[in-house]
Design a protein around this ligand. Structure first.
Ligand SMILES: *Cc1c(COP(=O)(O)O)cnc(C)c1O
Length: 326
């Protein structure tokens, strides 16, 4: 019983990016951007396609409260809160750390509050067992008479990944002979779904440091989705954009953000879509993506996350301005 529900209007636009293509070493007609940042719910982003399936299943079970986990600046948590608001459900977000963390009052957390989410701060030791903390929260809600539905980290279950099988099919209808789709790899469901629609050869994932074993994570999800086992080393995954870690800003990523913003007016975030763009630029540089190959950058959203790290990003732009002529 899993009927998906509609949380946005589809398809999202596919736009050419000739100036960026030329700037990074492709031909002008080689590069497109798929605008899943423009999804019409809660500030947009890739999690909405997954939530259409997952929340559909939760409603079929007559759940009245959505529960999920993530980092404090989780885009997935923010969009889960927005989906709950749209459907008249309650929502509890389970985050590591404490409410006095430096990130509170910025970025996604501001929107979580606007959407009416309740936040359970699981404490400093929590990242190791956030899922356990979320299960405890569900048991407590249950005892209080609510009907909680626990959504996995990033919405990356085989069910959620179906949203990106559809996303990949939507893209193929817009651009039949796509050679490469470049996407940020976080919890893995987006890449897994795209593989389900387009095959392993055409999907290039850029690891963002959110999971320990990106290839196994994606291969397991894609295998569960398609019913065909997939060898992790068959996947195309770049791991060169993680830098010092998931939440830590990485200079090539800031550079990619500046390039996309200054050349195309496209805003990327420092955790996911900026890493994906840095990975695309690196893939062109080292010949994995070549001139004449039809390449799509999947913009997965994440703009509010930029404002969770606004000072560092601002500092990097200010530094650029001081040293550039004119
Ligand atoms: C979650 C997220 C991703 C990664 O998607 P996964 O399906 O978790 O791999 C990419 N970009 C943004 C902005 C995200 O929020």
């Amino acid at each position: 019983m899993s009927d998906k529900i509609a949380l946005s209007t589809w398809p999202t636009p596919l736009e050419p990016m000739p100036r960026l293509a030329a700037a990074i070493g492709l031909s002008e007609g080689d590069l497109w951007i798929k605008r899943d940042d423009l999804v019409g719910l809660g500030g947009g982003g890739n999690k909405v396609r997954k939530l259409e399936w997952i929340v559909g299943a939760a409603l079929a079970e007559r759940a009245d409260t959505l529960v999920t986990t993530g980092a404090a600046q989780s885009n997935h948590a923010r969009l889960t809160a927005a989906a709950a608001a749209r459907l008249g459900l309650d929502v509890v977000l389970v985050f590591p750390g404490t409410p006095d963390g430096a990130e509170n009052g910025s970025g996604n957390l501001v929107l979580d509050g606007l959407f009416g989410a309740r936040i359970f701060w699981a404490g400093e030791g929590a990242p190791s067992d956030l899922a356990g903390a979320a299960e405890d929260v569900c048991r407590q809600l249950d005892r209080d008479g609510a009907r909680p539905h626990l959504i996995p980290f990033g919405g990356s279950s085989p069910l959620g990944a179906r949203g990106y099988v559809e996303g990949g099919e939507e893209l193929r209808a817009q651009l039949p002979e796509v050679d490469h789709v470049v996407v940020a790899l976080g919890s893995g469901g987006t890449m897994a779904g795209l593989i389900g629609a387009l095959g392993v050869e055409r999907v290039l994932g850029v690891h963002c440091g959110a999971v320990a074993e990106p290839a196994t994570t994606v291969a397991d999800l894609a295998g569960a989705l398609t019913g065909r086992a997939l060898a992790p080393d068959a996947l195309r995954i770049r791991t060169d954009q993680v830098g010092a870690g998931y939440g830590v800003l990485h200079e090539p990523v800031l550079e990619a953000m500046r390039t996309a913003a200054a050349i195309e007016g496209i805003v990327l975030d420092p955790i996911y879509s900026g890493r994906a763009m840095a990975g695309l630029i690196a893939a062109v540089r080292d010949g994995d993506i070549r001139r004449g190959e039809r390449t799509v950058f999947l913009h997965t959203g994440g703009l509010p996350g930029l404002f969770g790290h606004a000072e560092t990003v601002h500092r990097s732009v200010a530094a650029l301005r001081l040293h550039s002529p004119g």
